[in-house]
Design a protein around this ligand. Sequence first.
Ligand SMILES: Cc1cc2nc3c(=O)[nH]c(=O)nc-3n(C[C@H](O)[C@H](O)[C@H](O)COP(=O)(O)OP(=O)(O)OC[C@H]3O[C@@H](n4cnc5c(N)ncnc54)[C@H](O)[C@@H]3O)c2cc1C
Length: 496
Amino acid sequence: MDIVAIYIIAAGGIFVAFFFIRTLHQLCGPWTRAGVLLHLTYLAVNLLLIFFKIDSLTGAGRRAGELALVNLVFPLSAIHLSYLADLLGIIWRSCRKIHRATGWMAVSLLSFYMTVALQTQSYIFPLREAAISLGLLVLLSLPLVRRLSYEIFLRVHQVFAGIFVYGTWRHLPSHSHASKIYLLVALGVFGLTLLSQSIVFLYRNGLFSGRGTPRAIVSFSVSEAEEDSVVNAVHVRVLLPRPVRVEAGQYINLWMPSVSLCSWMQTHPFTVTSWSKGKQDTMELLVKPRTGLTADLARYAPTDEQTEGSSISFLALITGPHGVSEEVGQYESILLLASGCGVAGAIPYLKKAIYGYNTCTSQIRRLHLVWQVESIDEMSAALTLLNRLLKDDIVDGGYILHISIYVRDGLGHKKFLLGDHKRVYLYQGLPDYQSIISLEASGNQIERLSNMWDEQGRMLVMVSATDELRDRIRGVVRDYLHEGVKLSELEYQPSD
Ligand SMILES: Cc1cc2nc3c(=O)[nH]c(=O)nc-3n(C[C@H](O)[C@H](O)[C@H](O)COP(=O)(O)OP(=O)(O)OC[C@H]3O[C@@H](n4cnc5c(N)ncnc54)[C@H](O)[C@@H]3O)c2cc1C
């Protein structure tokens, strides 16, 4: 082959590789370098364990089969990922990533095992049911199917996982003690987590304690469109029979069986926007209507002027509060970046930070919320909550909270000041995250004492935004890590 042909093939290969990685990044990402490295290490360890000092292909296949069962311990260990994430002290998304990685690894190993067994005619156990349910599990886990109906995906996923375990157990040969032990460990962990989860669930909801069950009081933010009224947000207040302590940024899984025909089989995670130092007996949630249960809820919005502003009460049960809360007290400045309903994740942190400042229990001197919304209507849904924050932030006229709202369409002005204290600005268009982060990281936005040494403190950037935005912000913050800037991605990240 001549040198030009080699050059063309190499250049074409690099181009295709870049295109492939970029497309994969958009479809399955965003991922970080650390994430990719961890996944590759995980793959390498599994490959090593299969092929290290192996004498035959059959042996490699058998090892792959056993390894698949070991890998399955994680995906099978809890019915609710939120609960498992709490046990491990990690955020829900990380737990889902581990669940996904171990699940796909087990599927690949089992596929290898079956291929080898078929080729060498040494099918140790006929995995018919297990193979079929595993194949269906894989198909149903594809993002396309998941997006069609999340709830159906979730329930069918759980049913097929059950059939898979049953099929595998039935066909394990009686002498294969190790394989049985792996499966028993997975089932044992599952049983334990289910039991403890059920006890906490019964206690938290006051069931069998004579205190009554939690109720959800639902009200709506409605705006008038040309033909119809549009529900911008659903406000849910969950009244609890037992007060509970909720850390900033935590969420609950809400079960509201009487909202619609199928709502009894659905639980949905929502961030608790209310925060207080002690326990709360009422939790507040800000819900964006989508296409499933949240849309069913929005259909209860009053249509005539007489009932406008009224609320409806539903039976509700909860699990949680779940999730990891970021410690904010040791930072001098906090920048919260939110898009759309992601502001729900930012509000409790703002409350906590203002409380810390007012009571002199934290080092915070500046809070800046940058909120990106599509329209003025979307913004109006959270205005009451933001107004309450501004009211709390009044000690000594210090005003540490600043809010910048970027509205993509319909503002009519490039920049617009709201209120008297230069604390809230509305902008038309999209935020320039590079310059916002750079300005905040410089520390110049904080008034410093001129007659004494006032050392600049650390800065925290918190994000609750779409995948694409988060990816961009990660890239910007990376340049400021050496200046002590820390990035924290909140539990709730809106998908659009
Ligand atoms: C930790 C966390 C906190 C959240 N906090 C809030 C919040 O404060 N306010 C808010 O409006 N939304 C929040 N969400 C998103 C919210 O859970 C979904 O928008 C809601 O479940 C959609 O319900 P639906 O039936 O109308 O969804 P559908 O229209 O059927 O689905 C829309 C999308 O919502 C997601 N989704 C649906 N059901 C679930 C589920 N049971 N678990 C996880 N994701 C699901 C899926 O990505 C799906 O593609 C949070 C999500 C998580 C993971």
